[in-house]
Design a protein around this ligand. Structure first.
Ligand SMILES: Cc1ncc(COP(=O)(O)O)c(C=O)c1O
Length: 382
């Protein structure tokens, strides 16, 4: 699908506004909006939604997510956000008093607080110093793995404030070598960064659907590596996590054997309507192809970077293989620059002292040129 067709068919409001804020909230493609409307039409009269359809749509969500991240559907548990998967990891991994969870300073709070709270069982969160640029210091993190007390490395695939993309292969290999659990907050990466968990082993990966997956709030998933599923006993369980609820006509047998796949981590009842929206959005992303989306975003960054270099504007995102779809710039009087962009109907975020531009598959070089024009006017005080 060409970018022009994508804009016309799926994001028709792009004629009025430049939306570069996918690191905050992803829009819903038209196909998704229509699927939600159709679902809600049926939901209004629930006899139109037999259990077969409801369970079928959740199974389809697991299948599509698995395809997106190179996993098996049995390794995918559906969740309502990222935080649930990270909290699950914090509470279900076999940690003991004296253990250390290692994360980088400047992580998003969803990947900090669940670990901080483990002080109640004597587990410490250690926030590793960042590099001078404020990015995760991978060499430092890997050195710390030599300490046997470090039992978990918890990282974001892509940092929310800088767009730094970790070298997941490297972290995976190192944690495999030391037997450290690797837990990944993937919400800022999955959807525009290719991830293949069949090739790159991680233990737990958590992701919400509301940003780069162009999906409704209330969607998300947790991936748990196949061999780890049986070892993780969730502290909080839904009623459908057990063998005893397999037959809805006979629920009071109370067989409390947890399901053997990642559905044991699901807190049923889940928001079916939101997953009815997730499925067409994932279908769109898969049909566009994540590697192609990544390439497209690199091409969108190029003119902004070229201008920033020419004008001596500080770029606070990495530009090498650690670069992602998020591009952060720190011009002087950054808050004013952000206000100017907003006044020009260019939507982006101000985060950690930088303007954060986060385009997606349907954005254009022309839109990025508009950003340059507004920022250029800001610099020249026009
Ligand atoms: C790195 C990161 N993790 C998590 C979240 C959100 O977590 P949740 O899906 O639990 O709201 C965000 C952004 O809101 C984020 O940038």
């Amino acid at each position: 699908m060409s970018v022009a067709a994508l804009r016309r068919d799926e994001f028709p409001w792009t004629t009025d506004v430049v939306y570069l804020n996918h690191a905050s909230i992803g829009p819903l493609p038209e196909r998704t909006r229509l699927a939600l409307e159709e679902f809600n039409r049926r939901r209004a009269a629930p006899f139109r939604l037999p259990d077969r359809d409801l369970f079928g749509l959740l199974a389809e969500s697991r299948r599509l997510i698995a395809e997106l991240v190179g996993a098996s559907p049995a390794e995918i548990g559906l969740t309502v956000n990222t935080g649930y998967g990270l909290s699950l990891a914090a509470r279900a991994l076999p940690l003991r008093p004296g253990d250390i969870v290692l994360a980088s300073d400047r992580e998003f709070p969803a990947n900090v607080y669940p670990w901080m709270r483990l002080k109640d069982i004597g587990v410490t969160l250690e926030l590793a110093p960042t590099t001078a640029e404020g990015w995760p210091d991978e060499a430092y993190l890997l050195d710390r793995l030599a300490d046997p007390r470090v039992r978990v490395l918890a990282v974001s695939l892509v940092q929310f404030g800088s767009g730094y993309l970790v070298d997941l292969d490297r972290l995976s290999a190192a944690t495999r070598a030391t037997g450290t659990f690797l837990v990944v907050d993937a919400i800022q990466g999955v959807g525009h960064i290719p991830v293949d968990l069949s090739r790159t082993e991680v233990d737990v990966l958590a992701c919400g659907g509301q940003k780069w997956l162009l999906s409704p709030w209330g969607t998300g998933f947790v991936y748990v590596r196949r061999d780890l599923i049986a070892e993780l006993s969730p502290a909080i369980t839904g009623w459908m996590a057990f063998e005893g609820t397999a037959d809805l006509t006979r629920l009071t047998g109370y067989d409390d054997t947890l399901l053997s796949d990642a559905r044991r981590f699901e807190l049923m009842t889940l928001p079916y309507q939101d997953f009815a929206g997730l499925n067409p959005s994932l279908g769109l992303l898969l049909s566009l192809g994540v590697p192609r989306i990544r390439e497209h975003l690199c091409s969108l960054h190029a003119p902004v970077l070229e201008w920033a270099d020419r004008m001596g504007i500080r770029v606070t995102s990495p530009r090498d293989e650690h670069g992602s779809g998020i591009l952060c710039l720190a011009p002087d009087r950054v808050a004013e620059a952000h206000r100017r962009l907003k006044a020009a109907r260019i939507i982006c975020s101000l985060r950690e002292g930088s303007i954060r531009l986060s385009p997606h598959a349907y954005n254009t070089v022309d839109e990025m040129a508009q950003v340059v024009e507004v920022l250029d006017g800001h610099l020249k005080g026009e």
